[in-house]
Every structure is written in C-alpha cells, then in structure tokens.
Write a protein that binds this ligand. Structure first.
Ligand code: GLN
Length: 276
C-alpha cells in the first residue's frame, strides 16, 4: 500500500475516527484530478492533488465532518450543499420523507406543506421532487441557514415550488395539509457530550432544544393545530427517549399520534400526528 495512504490512515486512527478507510477514500476522491472512485490498494497517486488532499486530511484530523469538508451530503435522492451554518442532513431524517410517502400515495396531490426549521432545505427539496404539484413554505430563523437552503433550491431547480421565509413559526398564519419538522432537540448536556464533529462544526441553534430538549415541541403544540387543515398531518423527528413526553405534549394540544417510526438503531425517531 502506498505510503501516503498508510500514513494518512494511521493519523485518522490515532484520532479515533470511526471509519478511517471510508473517510480516506472520500477525501482522496474529492482531491483527485479525475474525481473517480478510489481503491486504496490500487491508488494512482499522480491523479491526486496532494496539496488539496493534505488540507482535507488536516481538517478531518481536526474532527471536521466529511460533509463539511467536501461541502456536500447525500439525502434521500439528491446531494445537498452544506456548510457550518446548517446541520448535515442525517439518514434518520429521511424517515420523514418515507412517512410522508406512506401517507400520501397520490404523488399528484396539490399539497400545501410547511417545513419548520428547514436548515439546508433537504426535507423541503426532497418533498418538492416527490410531489411535483406541492407548494412548500420552508422557514427558518437563521439567515445563514436560509442562504444555504437558497443555494440548494437553485441546485435542484425548486424555485417554483418552495418559498423560503425568515420567520418564526409563531408568526405563520396560513393553513397547511402537511407540516414537517426536524427541530433542535438535544439537551444541553447531550450537546456538551456530543462528538467534536457535531459540537464544533454544527450550529448549536439547530441542535439544542433547551435544558430538556423539548422546548420546540412545547412551542409547536401551542400553535400547530391552528396551522393545520382539517385532515392535515404533522410529522416530526424526536431525540432519544422523547417519545412519551412528545406524545403527551401534542395529545394535550389535541393532536393524535398515529405512528411511531424507529430508526435503524431501533430508536423511536419519527412521530406522525393528525388533527382528526
Ligand atoms: N440527531 C442529531 C444529533 O444527534 C440532532 C438533530 C436535531 O437536534 N434535530 O446530532
């Protein structure tokens, strides 16, 4: 094996990075002049821009997440531009899309959708692509996050379907058929104990939901019903061990829990509510 690879792997392993081989392949691919798939045992070093690769490797050793280094993360069926002002789209959040597709079998529906805390815009764009007649309002209180979402709308050509707004959801006053959200739900303690990849490179604003992580669910529960059409659905992501609290919070506000979806680790992750 090439020395560059051996040394780079050793450095990544020394920093306890979980998937050193995979990370190395991705970084090499993005530093390669041909942008082709990398096979570590058979690397042609001449195709690698070494200066670029070394700068990537240094960032990764510093525990910067891969997506933040290469500024791209796959979610559902597309790649999304990301930077430090948004959460990297996570695979468990794709379960929201899956659940929406379970509920609405007819992809031609003219759904009116609200995405609260859109961040990179990954949920809104993915829904726009699945439901070509849907019109989506995607909101966030972070201007910097909305700039990222805007970029993703442009990349994925969704301007005609998605309207971005810098607004607190409390100030929204129209009605929707579907509301989706992946709000900040970590407790302060969980955030403090999070991996450096999360703690040092992702926006705290998008991660922490107050001391017990439930702040946003409580806020949503006060208003959400007024934003929902008669047969509307509300689908949100939750943190570990938050199912019971969230169920109570929303049922007290008159929503019914229809479904709990577990993620691949078996954690109750997505809650799907309806008004009737
Ligand atoms: N699942 C994320 C994490 O653990 C948190 C996402 C969120 O707060 N919505 O890093």
């Amino acid at each position: 094996m090439n020395n560059l690879i051996k040394e780079s792997l050793a450095k990544l392993k020394q920093k306890n990075i979980r998937n050193p081989e995979l990370d190395l392949r991705i970084l090499l691919k993005h530093a390669s002049k041909k942008n082709n798939e990398i096979i570590l045992s058979n690397l042609n070093i001449d195709n690698i821009d070494i200066v670029k690769f070394n700068s990537f490797l240094k960032k990764r050793i510093n525990r910067q997440p891969i997506a933040k280094i290469i500024k791209s993360k796959p979610f559902w069926k597309n790649n999304f531009y990301v930077n430090n002002f948004v959460l990297d789209p996570r695979p468990e959040t794709e379960l929201i899309i899956e659940e929406v597709l379970n509920i609405y079998r007819n992809k031609n529906l003219k759904l009116k959708i609200l995405d609260i805390g859109t961040g990179s815009g990954c949920i809104a764009v993915s829904l726009a692509k699945e439901f070509k007649n849907a019109s989506i309002t995607a909101i966030d209180i972070s201007k910097k996050a909305l700039e990222v979402a805007e970029k993703n709308l442009k990349i994925h050509n969704c301007y005609n379907q998605i309207q971005l707004k810098m607004i607190d959801f409390k100030n929204i006053n129209s009605k929707f058929d579907l509301i989706v959200s992946n709000p900040p739900y970590l407790t302060n303690e969980q955030f403090n104990n999070a991996d450096p990849e999360v703690k040092n490179f992702e926006p705290k604003l998008a991660l922490v939901g107050g001391d017990d992580g439930l702040k946003f669910y409580r806020e949503y529960s006060n208003n959400l019903k007024n934003l929902m059409n008669k047969s509307a659905h509300f689908i949100c992501e939750i943190g570990i061990n938050q199912r019971q609290n969230c169920e109570e919070i929303f049922e007290n506000s008159g929503l019914y829990l229809n479904k709990i979806v577990n993620d691949l680790q078996g954690i109750q992750r997505i809650l799907s509510f309806s008004k009737i």
